[in-house]
Design a protein around this ligand. Structure first.
Ligand code: NAI
Ligand code: MG
Length: 328
């Protein structure tokens, strides 16, 4: 039996999660869901955004489905804490144009893999006499791990090329190491093509000729920025899923937040959450259910029936989910 931690969170996080669980119940899965709290409502109740109990549950299950939380400045980030505690070192974000979406191109299908644990987000920031400074950490270990992951991902998903993105011309030591390590690891994967770009050029190519990309692998800050650029390319936040992968288990979440402007209206687009569940099932080896669910979502989008307002429709979250069930 598969054990899945479910963290609904706040706002539309709860709404898209309820819709997704409804759909998952119509797949023949041998699964147990364990519900856990995190986020701002959790803070109001328990005085913490991420209770120890939630971390324990997530550590001891095969995967975590995460809705979205409201982050109040000054509070501990639930999602960053979970990524750290579960050592979820790889953030995987597909950039795929789907029918019926507001994608800027109709033929995109690439994946951004972002190193999730170090780089400029290592958390080493301090005030100095002159102002403030942050340290950019690139370790050999984390770098090898993320490149190995990227090439194995390419292999397993029939991808043909991995592109490393860096700024080694300016960051000669940190990104020099990053780039050199990339080509060392690439040597072990002779069947997968490889190349590297400077991040500024890559940002331009992502809007001028994004079709050249297949699998992108990059460091934490560059990955953060490029993956939002990617989301923008294919129709925005309601459409984009993500996976955070570690050696033990993974956490799967839509890229969007709790959307306070539409929360409570029941009109959030469930696509990003549903496609995050697709990534989870695929990661758990449930390939058949994963494909079945993905096809059902794509069908609903293609038919443009029962879409939420952000996609130009008039339907509620739950109505779109029910239409997905009909298409399973
Ligand atoms: P947001 O992603 O919640 O919303 C941005 C815009 O996208 C809003 O106009 C919203 O209505 C729309 N949107 C988001 N999800 C949608 C969906 N499923 N369907 C249709 N439209 C959707 O980002 P925002 O407003 O910057 O942040 C709101 C709260 O969420 C903040 O407290 C923020 O810290 C938190 N947040 C949490 C994340 C997480 O839990 N991983 C990620 C990003 C933000
Ligand atoms: Mg971001």
């Amino acid at each position: 039996m598969i054990k899945i931690t479910v963290i609904k969170g706040d706002g539309v996080g709860k709404e898209v999660m309820d819709a997704t669980l409804l759909v998952l119940n119509h797949l023949n899965l041998d699964v147990e869901y364990i519900f856990a709290s995190a986020g701002n409502e959790c803070f109001q109740k328990y005085g913490t955004t991420i209770p120890e109990e939630t971390i324990d549950i997530a550590k001891n299950t095969d995967a975590t489905l995460f809705g979205a939380v409201t982050t109040v400045p000054g509070q501990k980030s639930a999602i960053i804490t979970l990524r750290k505690e579960l050592d979820l070192f790889a953030n995987v974000r597909p950039v795929k144009s789907l029918p019926g979406s507001n994608s800027l191109f109709n033929n995109l299908d690439f994946v951004i893999i972002r190193e999730n644990t170090e780089g400029l987000y290592a958390g080493l920031e301090e005030y100095t006499k002159e102002g403030a400074q942050a340290t950019r950490v690139i370790t050999k270990k984390a770098t090898e791990r993320i490149f190995k992951f990227a090439f194995e991902y390419a292999q397993e998903n029939s991808r043909k090329k991995v592109t490393a993105i860096h700024k080694a011309n300016v960051l000669k030591k940190t990104d020099g190491l990053f780039k050199d390590t990339f080509y060392q690891i690439a040597g072990s994967f002779p069947k997968i093509n490889n190349e590297d770009f400077y991040v500024d050029a890559a940002a331009m190519y992502m809007v001028t000729k994004p079709q050249i990309f297949d699998v992108i692998v990059t460091s934490n800050l560059f990955g953060d920025i490029l993956s939002d650029e990617g989301a923008g390319l294919v129709g925005g936040l309601g459409m984009t899923p993500s996976a955070n992968i570690g050696h033990q288990n993974g956490l799967f979440e839509p890229v969007h937040g709790s959307a306070p402007d539409i929360a409570g209206k029941g009109i959030a687009n469930p696509t990003a959450m549903l496609l995050s569940a697709v990534m989870m099932l695929d990661n758990l080896g449930e390939k058949e259910s994963s494909l079945k669910l993905e096809n059902a979502v794509f069908n609903v989008l293609k038919k443009s029936k029962c879409l939420t307002p952000d996609l130009g429709g008039k339907s509620k979250t739950i109505e779109m989910a029910k239409e997905v069930i009909k298409n399973l």
